[in-house]
Design a protein around this ligand. Structure first.
Ligand code: AMP
Ligand code: ZN
Length: 312
C-alpha cells in the first residue's frame, strides 16, 4: 500500500484526498464499490436547496414536471441506440426467471462459493442512463402547437466506477427539456445555457463553458465525437475542482439532440415534421460537490448570501 501511495500521481492523490475528506466529514458514506455512496442530511440539504434555486430559475418556462423511476423499459432503451454508443456505461437488470431445479443449482453453486449469476436472465427493464430518455416514449405522435417543455428529476446510472467523488455510478440529474421545432430547440439551448451559467455563478461557482462531447464507445464512436464537436451540439458548464491537475469538471450540460431521439420515438411537431429536442441537464451531486469544494466542507462557514439562497 505504501508503495502505491508513493508512486501515486498528483491528480489521483488530489481525488483520493477530496474523497477521504468528504467521508471523514460524514458528507458522503462510502460503500465497497467505487462511485456508490450514501448521502448525509447536510449533503441532502445542500442538494435540495440547489434544486429549489434551479426550479426558480426555470419557472418562466412553465415546464410540465414529470418523474420517472430509475428503471425503464428495455424496449424503449433499444430505440435510443444507447447500447450502440455507450455499451460500457449501460446497466441491464437481471433476475431469476427459471424453475425450482435451476434455483437448486444456483443455491448449490452459491454454497460452493461459485458464481451464481449465470442462472439470472436479463429482465425487461434497464437502469436509466439519461433521465430524459423515458420522457420520449411518452411523446410519440404529434406535439401540441409550440411544442413542450418538461422538467425531469431523478437518478441515473452510469457504469463508470472511479475513486474520484465527482464521478459516481448512481447520481441525480435535473433536466429541463424542450421538444418542438428545430429553430425553437436551438434558441432554447442557447438562451437557457446563459441563464444556467448566471444562476451557478450567483452561487459563487467559477463556471466556464466549453464545447464537449459524449464518450461514444470504440472506433465508430470517434466519428460521432468529432461531428458532435464540429456542430457544437454539446456545451458543458465546468468548474475547476483539482486546480491545474485536471481539466475543469462538468457540473451541467446544454445539449442539442437535433432529431436523434425524436425521430426514433416518432415525435412530430403540430405541422407534421419530425420534432427536434434540446435539454439542459444539471448534475445534482456534482454541483453540490462543486459548492463544497468552493466554499469548504463546513456549511456554517459559507458566505451568508449563498447560505440564504440555498436555505441553509
Ligand atoms: P450528460 O448527460 O453526460 O451531459 O450529464 C449531465 C450531467 O450529469 C453532467 O454535466 C454531470 O454534472 C452529471 N454527471 C454525468 N456523469 C456523472 C457521473 N459519473 N457522476 C456524477 N455526475 C455525473
Ligand atoms: Zn437530456
Amino acid at each position: 500500500m505504501a508503495d502505491i501511495l508513493e508512486t501515486e500521481m498528483p491528480l489521483d492523490r488530489a481525488r483520493r484526498e477530496f474523497r477521504s475528506d468528504l467521508l471523514d466529514a460524514g458528507l458522503l458514506l462510502g460503500t465497497s464499490v467505487p462511485g456508490v455512496y450514501g448521502r448525509s442530511a447536510v449533503f441532502e440539504a445542500i442538494l435540495t436547496g440547489l434544486d429549489r434555486v434551479l426550479t426558480e430559475m426555470a419557472s418562466p418556462l412553465q415546464a410540465t414536471a414529470l418523474r420517472f423511476p430509475p428503471v425503464y423499459p428495455r424496449a424503449d432503451f433499444e430505440r435510443t441506440d444507447y447500447i450502440a454508443s455507450f455499451p460500457d456505461l449501460s446497466g441491464v437488470v437481471s433476475s431469476f426467471e427459471r424453475g425450482d431445479r435451476e434455483h437448486r443449482e444456483l443455491l448449490a453453486a452459491r454454497e460452493q462459493g461459485e458464481a451464481w449469476d449465470g442462472w439470472l436472465d436479463p429482465s425487461d427493464v434497464v437502469l436509466t442512463n439519461a433521465i430524459c430518455h423515458p420522457l420520449y416514449a411518452t411523446l410519440e405522435g404529434r406535439l401540441p402547437e409550440g411544442g413542450g417543455v418538461f422538467d425531469i428529476f431523478g437518478y441515473g446510472f452510469r457504469h463508470e466506477p472511479s475513486l474520484d467523488p465527482m464521478r459516481m455510478q448512481s447520481f441525480r440529474m435535473h433536466e429541463f427539456v424542450y421538444v418542438g421545432d428545430p429553430d425553437g430547440a436551438q434558441l432554447y439551448r442557447d438562451t437557457w445555457l446563459d441563464r444556467a451559467v448566471e444562476t451557478l455563478v450567483s452561487l459563487g461557482l467559477a463556471v466556464e463553458t466549453v464545447a464537449a462531447n459524449d464518450p461514444f464507445f470504440g472506433r465508430a464512436g470517434k466519428m460521432l465525437i468529432s461531428s458532435q464537436l464540429r456542430e457544437n451540439l454539446k456545451i458543458e458548464l465546468v468548474v475547476p475542482i483539482y486546480g491545474d491537475l485536471a481539466d475543469a469538471t462538468a457540473i451541467a450540460s446544454a445539449n442539442c439532440q437535433r432529431d436523434h431521439l425524436t425521430a426514433a420515438f416518432g415525435i412530430r411537431t403540430s405541422d407534421g415534421n419530425v420534432a427536434h429536442a434540446s435539454c439542459l441537464a444539471f448534475g445534482m451531486e456534482r454541483t453540490t460537490l462543486a459548492l463544497l469544494r468552493t466554499h469548504g466542507l463546513d456549511v456554517e462557514t459559507w458566505p451568508l448570501d449563498v447560505r440564504a439562497r440555498l436555505g441553509l
